[in-house]
Design a protein around this ligand. Sequence first.
Ligand code: TRP
Length: 463
Amino acid sequence: MAIADRAESVPKQTTVSRDTFTTRLGVIAATLGSAVGLGNIWKFPYLTGANGGAAFIIVYLLCTLVVGLPVMITEHVIGRTAREDAIASLKKLAPGKAWWLIGASGILASFLIMAFYTEVAAWVFAYIVKAVQGAILSTDPAVTEAAFADLVSSPVQSLVWQWIVLAFIASIIALGVSKGIERMTKRLMPALFGILIIVVIRSITLPGAGQGLEFLLKPDFSKVTGATVLTALGLSFFKLSVGMGTMITYGSYFLDDQDIPSTATRVMLSDVMVSFLAGLAIFPAVFAFGFQPESGPSLLFITIPAVFSSMPFGQVFMILFFVLTAIAATGAMLSLFEVPVAYLEGTLNWSRKKATIAVMIGLAIVGSTAALSESLLAHIRFGGIGTFFDLWDYLTSNVLLPVGGLFLCVFAGWVLRWDKLKQWLSNNGTLDNEGVVRGYYWIVKYVTPILVLIILLTGLGII
Ligand code: TRP
């Protein structure tokens, strides 16, 4: 059931023997494996907390629906039709034009995302060990906050854990698409879902949980500014792994008869559900134990230990939770790592091993700026944005991904246009989905690009 090499059975448009996902479910599982990650469990809750709760969630959901989802469909159809990596796919569909630059900016974006993502993953890995040692078993905010501060302020711990994460991901990547990616991600999604439900039940039954539920469910739009909307938009790109060609690469492994709009919709819905569960796990506890919802990137790491510490067998569940989070993060990191590796392999003809090692070393260098951003490099600050860590986060989610998504929509709506999209998205007329494709086309041609442009310009303070 893994992604076997289907060179013989894949029809004409496949030129080289390219790995393909072999089952429809496998496609959804692998795509979800890229989408679900620290974005759901770490970023969504911390941004929701920092931006006022329910109103932010509503703006985020709208962005996901009219921006994230159409861009995802666009990337999948480009990848499946061209069956190449992001850059080569765009070159193939628009020869002699500059559209491949979207893929090139995607390689930059995947590097910068990995720079801070591997550091957050490093905290998760380190927390597995802390959980085993019982070092974070406390419901006292002062204790769990100190445990986190101790980790991030130590340059050695931050760097070494990041290198462990990098080496771990590189070794999976070096094994190849079929053996690596799918086997890891597919089986463990349900387990993550299960443990999240257990945490949610504990969290919402805590005394004082009501305030957290209110924070999550009762919108106060007075807190929504242009910058907030841009943050929500950036999150919708980041969450679905779109705007930089990752999903083009994944689309290139899709089946010829895969229903792309329905696959993308299902991935989006499951992804939103996981985020919401993470929110339900965290916010009731935030208020019950007296944490600050605005604590920023540390939110997950200070609240979750407190929730587990307040329940029977808490330590066991806490270990399980961080292990599963590490696995979800791994699925996402694999997809980020795969983008530059696929490029070096496909276009520059490097061996997979050589490409993997080169990317790993590059990431260790760029990533060290994020790893050291709370210790040796803490004095370097970028205006209203913050440390190196915050800079890479801001630059990718709020600039590179929306700009990439904007150009992808223009490419689909104004270059590929109706006839091609209709043919490709209906799998040459074998799917009876003209209404769906028409709706998608109208949104991707007019609504999404204009909306993204306006949000970008206002959010960045240009208008
Ligand atoms: N979507 C992942 C998450 O939420 C992160 C991620 C993986 C990503 N691949 C990406 C983000 C590509 C942007 C682009 O954790």
